[in-house]
Write a protein that binds this ligand. Structure first.
Ligand SMILES: Cc1cc2nc3c(=O)[nH]c(=O)nc-3n(C[C@H](O)[C@H](O)[C@H](O)COP(=O)(O)OP(=O)(O)OC[C@H]3O[C@@H](n4cnc5c(N)ncnc54)[C@H](O)[C@@H]3O)c2cc1C
Length: 425
């Protein structure tokens, strides 16, 4: 089996990896972007489209963080139900956030189409599957709230769900036609290609070691060079390194693993997720199911796959496939990998600014493909002179004193893993 336990299948099948150099000199730029995931790449694309000089610095390679490890479900909205979003961030921000993230798959699939990104885009909807009566009830409520907002969602009964899923394991499923799946690392590579095409400068293997405000500009230190910038966008999310390492203390880390089978036999493939929908269930410890373009079945759940957890979780994945898709039979896996999801205690992403020339967003709570693409764009617009009113999240101001102060203003982590999982249903 493939031994890459970080990016697994996505690394093995990714298209369009950009050939980026590391920064080896001192440069000046209008906007420095730290982090090459969806947020940073979307910001770089938006800034270069607006004719701004921008430079993205990535500690490893673009897509190294959550962007290269995730399930690839392009969801509409946050995990939270719309009414909870409004309760937590207020009517004005809440309505704006629901509307903008509800439409975020269109931005993702729009970028894919515009730039010809080869990332296995399937825009057929996703299925949130009820594995218990309580789960079904929660989906009924979810359907009610989204339908009240005019969203194209439909709760399928057991028979209808079985037809789309290729299994009778679930009591029903909420079909969300706005959503879909992608090859997530290929999308990150494609966004990097798009940003380069539009004129952005991107560097791999360039961790920002230090960040200081000096003489009305930002000074970023990297191992073999430096960057002086008028403004900075920080997009390090759940994989903070070097200057941002201590931010790990301020997120609720949550690991999620996936295993991928070899391409299924064509006759069996016709019967597994025949609607090509990405799916996940309402269980306390949620599981996800999807196909890739070659017909591999990819199953995921909560936890890591390293050390002793590898065998334990592989055995769980095999048992689960037998239970949910018995037609697949006893099958081995080609790839196994995992990643770290960055959570907040209230499940709302955090947005921080320092005046008009530094902005950051963090913690998409396991839904970052659409939100990362959206918030990257919004951060670029804010840094280019936009209004904070256009960003649908409450703002925390950061005082320009030191990284320690900056760290201190990140939210307090603390909710237990079990709590997080419980909120998923
Ligand atoms: C296992 C897993 C499953 C998930 N499933 C889904 C899903 O199905 N659908 C969905 O929408 N979302 C999903 N997510 C969440 C999604 O992947 C993330 O929300 C998203 O990747 C966040 O994008 P980002 O650009 O903000 O951060 P990231 O993609 O994490 O990128 C941050 C980057 O910053 C870089 N960096 C860190 N420190 C520095 C530094 N000092 N200098 C320079 N660069 C630095 C890192 O190397 C990294 O590449 C999942 C996440 C994981 C881990």
């Amino acid at each position: 089996m493939e031994s890459n336990i970080t990016h697994g299948l996505w690394e093995a099948t990714a298209n369009g990896k950009p050939d980026l150099k590391s920064l080896q000199r001192d440069i000046k730029t209008e906007v420095a972007i730290i982090g090459g995931g969806y947020t940073g790449l979307s910001a770089a694309l938006q800034l270069s489209l607006a004719g701004k000089d921008c430079t993205l610095l990535e500690a490893n390679h673009v897509g190294f963080g959550g962007a290269g490890r995730n399930v690839g479900l392009v969801n509409a909205g946050l995990w939270l139900m719309p009414e909870d979003v409004i309760k937590l961030v207020g009517q004005k921000h809440g309505e704006q956030l629901i509307r903008i993230l509800g439409a975020s798959p269109d931005l993702v699939y729009g970028n894919i189409k515009k730039y010809g990104i080869e990332c296995e885009p399937w825009h057929h909807g996703t299925l949130h599957c009820a594995d218990s009566r309580a789960g079904l009830k929660a989906l009924q409520e979810r359907e009610k709230q989204w339908m009240a907002l005019g969203a194209p969602v439909k709760l399928l009964n057991r028979e209808e769900a079985a037809e789309k899923l290729g299994t009778r394991a679930f009591l029903g499923a909420l079909l969300d036609k706005r959503a879909g799946t992608i090859q997530p690392l290929s999308y990150a590579y494609g966004m990097a290609g798009a940003a380069l095409k539009e004129g952005a400068a991107l560097y791999d293997r360039t961790p920002v070691l230090d960040l200081k405000r000096e003489n009305h500009s930002w000074h970023l230190t990297t191992p073999s060079g430096s960057v002086r910038a008028k403004s900075v966008i920080v997009a390090v999310h759940g994989y903070p390194e070097a200057a941002f390492k201590d931010q790990m203390k301020n997120i609720v880390p949550f690991n999620y693993f996936q295993f991928a089978t070899p391409p299924l036999d064509p006759d069996i493939l016709k019967t597994v997720l025949p609607g090509k929908n990405g799916a996940w269930d309402t269980n306390l410890i949620l599981s996800s199911y999807r196909l890739d373009e070659a017909g591999r079945l990819i199953i995921g759940s909560v936890g890591k796959v390293e050390g002793t957890a590898w065998n334990l979780n592989r055995a769980w994945a095999k048992r689960s496939i037998k239970k949910v898709f018995p037609q697949v039979g006893n099958i081995e896996f080609e790839h196994g990998w995992f990643g770290r999801i960055a959570m907040t205690t209230n499940h709302i992403p955090r947005f921080h600014i320092m005046g008009k020339n530094m902005a950051m967003v963090t913690c998409y709570n396991g839904r970052g493909i659409g939100p990362g693409t959206v918030f990257g764009k919004l951060l670029a617009e804010y840094i280019s002179g936009g209004s904070v009113e256009d960003i649908p999240l409450p703002v925390s101001e950061i005082k320009p004193v030191s990284m320690r102060t900056l760290r201190g203003l990140f939210y307090e982590a603390g909710s237990r893993l079990y709590h997080f999982v419980q909120r998923r249903i």
